[in-house]
Design a protein around this ligand. Structure first.
Ligand code: GLU
Length: 459
């Protein structure tokens, strides 16, 4: 875990140790010891597995590629989390992301623990055949620790359905006769994946914002207006106006969130800017998101970068630098690219009043403190980007039952699950001095601590 995550877990445990109503059976010296034990259990992964995959590349060269599978904690169920293919992957990052999965699953009451995998490569530099071999080798090297009831990988940055299909295929060959459908999630629908899984993270990210600005306010508007704090003021000030939205990142998460915003009938919002690794496209009248999504799917996922390309698809937009998306005039900013995008050096340029974290950790702690102080509502990653793992859980269940749900049913279940979590944490956020991120962590830590205690792991 990074110091940042350890600090939030530590603060959450501190808030809980002082609250005698939580686990009242633990008192006096026993209480102090139990909470100290909880900190060491939650801040350390159970296993850090590292291998150097020996890969014979298509060009005849043999290389060693470092790969990880970190198993953070499985008190709530089998380890669960994606496998990331990216050149910046490192052990500390994978450990941190695995611990975030433990907390995310606990917060959303998904019966899984936390894990994460990583391979240090830039997938764009490898042929399809090489990627296939890397996926197969990953499963061969880690096959003993993986499985539907042990540790279930899924896609993450740089991986998708194709990789999960290959990996499940390899798992099945290594373990003939054993159950395999639940060994990987995020597979293609044809190969036992769930309808809606591909869109799940992006949809979930948009649902969090829609829930806050629509359902939550519909239910609790009077109550929120009686709260005397800056977050209540921010939300109420935006409530009755048409909202402008910008989305950083136009991959699997950002493009789906942008499309959901474009198509949403519940809120009066329009998407005025989107960006990817090359450009920002901006139009204060609103962008034609469906045409951009269509363009990207036939352009290796990249947005148009020239006036000619824009003209060709009939989209009106000005072309700006990729980082401009962060500082344009807008009400809501979805961060769906990578970590550490809003930091000390650019935090003052942010004009959005609501930030939704679609990526993991896109806002640094310093920037988070500063923006929260300014009354910016930040919906944290742990709350906003759980759609992927929630639908992974549905995929795992469907694979066990070999009964498959309709797409509408999947999105309904996703929305229901996410709204249950919001109902549990949002009222407290408007009520007390903890930021929303801290509230989410407190909830997750409460769940984990209770189960660790009940299963006798604190003796
Ligand atoms: N990689 C996604 C995440 O970080 C999905 C994990 C999963 O579906 O297991 O939440």
């Amino acid at each position: 875990m990074t110091n940042q995550t350890v600090d939030i877990v530590k603060d959450s445990l501190q808030a809980l140790v002082d609250n005698q109503a939580f686990l009242p059976e633990l008192n006096g010296e026993r209480r102090t010891k139990a909470f100290t034990s909880l900190l060491s259990i939650l801040s350390t992964p159970n296993h850090v597995n590292k291998s150097y995959l020996r890969i014979a590349l298509e060009n005849g060269q043999v290389v060693r590629i470092p790969a990880f599978r970190v198993q953070h904690n499985n008190i709530l169920g089998p380890y669960k989390g994606g496998i990331r293919f990216h050149e910046s992957v490192n052990e500390e990052e994978v450990v941190n992301l695995a611990s975030l999965m433990t907390l995310k699953n606990a917060l959303h009451q998904v019966p899984f623990g936390g894990g994460k995998g990583g391979v240090i490569i830039n997938p764009r530099e490898y042929s399809e055949k090489d990627l296939y071999v890397i996926c197969k080798k990953y499963v061969q090297y880690f096959s003993d620790i993986l499985g539907p009831d042990k540790d279930i990988p899924a896609p993450d940055v740089g991986t998708g359905e194709r990789e999960m299909d290959w990996m499940m295929g390899e798992y099945k060959s290594i373990r003939p006769g054993e159950s395999y459908r639940g060994s990987f999630t995020g597979k293609s629908v044809e190969n036992g994946g769930s309808l809606g899984r591909r869109e799940a993270t992006g949809k979930g990210v948009y649902y969090t914002f829609r829930y806050l600005m629509h359902d939550f306010l519909e239910k609790h508007e009077t109550w929120v207006s009686e709260r005397d704090n800056k977050f209540a003021k921010t939300v109420l000030a935006l409530k009755s106006k048409p909202l402008t939205v910008a989305v950083q990142g136009f991959g699997n998460v950002g493009s789906v969130a942008a499309l959901a915003a474009y198509q949403c009938n519940y809120l009066n919002n329009k998407v005025v800017a989107v960006s990817d690794r090359n450009v920002t496209l901006h139009n204060s009248e609103g962008l034609d998101i469906p045409s951009l999504v269509k363009f990207c799917s036939s352009n290796h996922g990249d947005l148009p970068t020239t006036d000619m390309e824009l003209k060709h698809i009939g989209v009106k937009a000005e072309i700006l630098n990729r980082e401009d998306v962060l500082s344009l005039n807008m009400d809501v900013l979805f961060l769906a690219a990578l970590e550490n995008q809003v930091h000390d050096n650019n935090k003052k340029g942010i004009k959005a009043r609501i930030i939704v974290e679609g990526a993991n950790a896109p806002v640094t702690t310093e920037a988070d403190d500063y923006l929260s102080e300014q009354g910016v509502v930040i919906i944290p990653d742990i709350l906003a980007n759980a759609g992927g793992v929630i639908v992974s859980y549905l995929e795992w269940l469907q694979g066990r039952e070999t009964q498959f749900y309709q797409e509408d049913e999947v999105f309904e279940k996703l929305y229901e699950k996410m709204s249950d979590t919001f109902e549990a944490v949002l009222p407290q956020f408007f009520n007390d001095p903890f930021p929303l991120r801290q509230n989410c962590y407190i909830h997750a830590v409460m769940k984990l601590s209770t189960i660790l205690y009940r299963q006798g792991k604190l003796y």
